[in-house]
Design a protein around this ligand. Sequence first.
Ligand SMILES: CC(C)(COP(=O)(O)OP(=O)(O)OC[C@H]1O[C@@H](n2cnc3c(N)ncnc32)[C@H](O)[C@@H]1OP(=O)(O)O)[C@@H](O)C(=O)NCCC(=O)NCCS
Length: 174
Amino acid sequence: MGVRGREVSISLDGVRDKNLMQLKKLNTALFPVRYNDKYYADALTSGEFTKLAYYSDICVGSIACRLEKKDSGAIRVYIMTLGVLAPYRGLGVGSRLLNHVLDLCVKQNIGEVYLHVQTNNEDAIKFYMKFGFEITETIHNYYTNITPPDCYVVSKFITESQTKKKLLGSSFSS
Ligand SMILES: CC(C)(COP(=O)(O)OP(=O)(O)OC[C@H]1O[C@@H](n2cnc3c(N)ncnc32)[C@H](O)[C@@H]1OP(=O)(O)O)[C@@H](O)C(=O)NCCC(=O)NCCS
């Protein structure tokens, strides 16, 4: 997308104790759920997998992930939240955040990324489909305070061929 020039003013920054408040403010504005201390501890622990996005100098979005160890010992990435403030949507910020995490997965040989999305969140479902995610499960009554209470588990499996393509210089960016 960089070639289209619209991403020139988007930059990413890591999340640290010092700017954790930015992530908290974004979550309050974006999501109907209040996130607990574990969410913020997991976000900080995930290191490069959690990022704030700036449009020019304004903090407009974030991706926050948790790294999980599967029984097999393999690591998978759970996207806890990905959001962009409404006036800044459609400018490539969400894509930039998601591509950042997908690129890290390729570099670190992580084969699975997944998340939960409310079943009525069509914009987000379409967004993830564009990046090769698929609906892998429906969980009824996943949420307790929002309607509908159901969610989809949306997953992307990163294959070795994508890893190879990446090594040849291609990326997930369209
Ligand atoms: C999903 C979300 C993160 C996308 O962020 P974004 O910055 O708008 O995404 P991008 O600008 O990179 O757009 C990527 C694609 O998504 C689609 N899209 C973006 N904005 C859209 C909108 N307002 N309506 C419909 N589709 C849209 C388009 O297909 C777009 O591709 P294109 O620009 O090549 O046409 C954003 O809509 C959002 O924050 N939603 C609310 C929070 C949320 O539901 N998060 C997901 C659950 S964790």
